[in-house]
Design a protein around this ligand. Structure first.
Ligand SMILES: C[S@@+](CC[C@H](N)C(=O)[O-])C[C@H]1O[C@@H](n2cnc3c(N)ncnc32)[C@H](O)[C@@H]1O
Length: 426
């Protein structure tokens, strides 16, 4: 087998990142564009000793699980990998991927039930990014093709809530109307609040945005309650154009403010379920260490349940929001720092439990080892990447933490992404 060859493959199962897995001539082949049960002709793109990568050229016999994609852009847009798989089959596939990731890392799963929370398939996304390319003075707004740099113009994304779509529509019209002033815009970051009112956009700009062009755009986007831009380069300031750059989301314990540049969960429909699952992992704990706290989504309810919460977050926008959101909660000690730099304080804090929600890279060995030294008895781990979750759970196992429960939340329907909440104890 060599790059460029076309091979016929039967896809055995789905693996992480939306690929299908097949076998050919003693190698595992990861096939882009293939679903479990498909028989395909695929062009080989990369060949290593034990494995290869290929991309579907023709579907010879489709999997019985296939359905017509609900989105017109599905064939090209890289945003969704599973449009052609019915929602129930997507959840089952992700469940299998999660379990297999842990099994491959030799995380003991005997007796561990895997719970599942599904999401509505459409209209769930209230935060998102759209890329912008300019071709002959006209903007293209959308998402990149899978494995390529080409941008697919997506006028309507089924993932978006109606509010986010309306904001994207106004911004598109604003860009179309003023190519001279806005040709430096490379990306839009969009956010909608749970209050049904706030909608904010941040433009990522190459170079700078002239004040006149910014003002004209603000007039053409009346549905935005806030608008701003940021140049490229590390530490570039966020420049406010109009309104407030934050959205607001009411929660049972108060209202959460989040800046358009702060991290906030992207699935509006499953927010309650995620918080519930995360809190369950540390229920009854009196002193909680919370790592990667963001704007305080878990911190706010924890503040009511525990007598002390040490919440650690590094990103300045999120810390500023968290400070605002938690101002009336003296039980919370908010620490603006890298989690690892804060580790020296964990042993002195005498915590019963830790709750962590790292980015895709996971917590990593140093944070895991520091948690083990902190002598917490229970750990809740919220993860958006099964590979790094498996790696970290394995290491936690070496420190004596056993997995007690696992919950899959399909926070990103139609995409290959998945969220999991793991509860551990020692
Ligand atoms: C997946 S988000 C979770 C935030 C929050 N738990 C929530 O659900 O909204 C991860 C957060 O970790 C923060 N972060 C990433 N690396 C970090 C580090 N090394 N130290 C502290 N915080 C970090 C990010 O800024 C982000 O807010």
């Amino acid at each position: 087998m060599k790059p460029g060859d076309v091979v016929e493959l039967l896809v055995e199962k789905g693996v992480y990142r939306g690929r299908g897995l097949a076998r050919e001539a003693g190698r595992v082949v990861f096939v882009a564009g293939a679903l479990p049960g498909d028989r395909v002709r695929a062009r080989v793109e990369k060949v290593k000793r034990d494995w290869a990568e290929a991309r579907v050229e023709r579907l010879e016999a489709p999997s019985p699980q296939r359905r017509p994609a609900p989105c017109a852009h599905a064939a090209r847009c890289g945003g969704c990998a599973y449009q052609e798989l019915a929602p129930a089959a997507q959840v089952e596939l992700k469940r299998g991927i999660l379990v297999e990731s842990l099994e491959r890392a030799r995380v003991p799963l005997a007796g561990v039930e895997v719970g599942v929370t599904a999401s509505p398939e459409a209209g769930w996304r209230w935060r998102g990014r759209m890329h912008v390319d300019w071709i002959d003075g006209r903007p293209r707004l959308g998402f990149r093709e899978e494995g390529a740099h080409v941008l697919v113009d997506v006028e309507r994304c089924l993932q978006f809530t109606p509010g986010l779509q309306a904001l994207a529509d106004e911004l598109r019209n604003g860009l179309v109307a003023d190519p001279g002033g806005l040709s430096g815009v490379r990306e839009l970051r969009l956010a909608e609040g749970g209050d049904g009112v706030t909608r904010v956009a941040a433009l990522a700009v190459e170079g700078r945005l002239e004040p006149g062009a910014a003002a004209r755009l603000a007039e053409r986007v009346p549905g935005a309650t806030g608008l701003g831009w940021q140049g490229s380069g590390p530490g570039a300031p966020f420049v406010r154009i109009a309104g407030e750059p934050c959205v607001f989301t009411p929660r049972p314990e108060g209202v959460l403010r989040s800046h358009v540049l702060s991290f906030f969960q992207g699935n509006a429909a499953c927010l309650d379920a995620l918080v519930l699952r995360a809190l369950e992992t540390v229920s009854g704990a009196d002193r909680v260490l919370e790592l990667y706290a963001g704007v305080g989504l878990f911190t706010l309810p924890l503040a009511r349940r525990a007598s002390h919460v040490r919440a650690v977050e590094a990103a300045p926008w999120a810390v500023e929001d968290a400070r605002h959101n938690l101002a009336e909660h003296p039980t919370v000690q908010l620490v603006e720092d890298d989690v690892l730099r804060d580790a020296h304080a964990w042993a002195r804090g005498r915590f019963d439990a830790a709750l962590l929600d790292p980015p895709r890279a996971g917590a990593g060995p140093e944070v895991v080892d520091a948690l083990a030294r902190a002598r917490v008895g229970r750990i809740g781990y919220v993860s958006c990447d099964p590979t790094t979750l498996a790696r970290d759970l394995r290491r936690l196992g070496e420190h004596g933490f056993a997995l007690r429960s696992l919950h899959l939340l399909d926070l990103f329907p139609d995409t290959f992404h998945l969220e999991a909440v793991a509860a551990l104890e020692r």
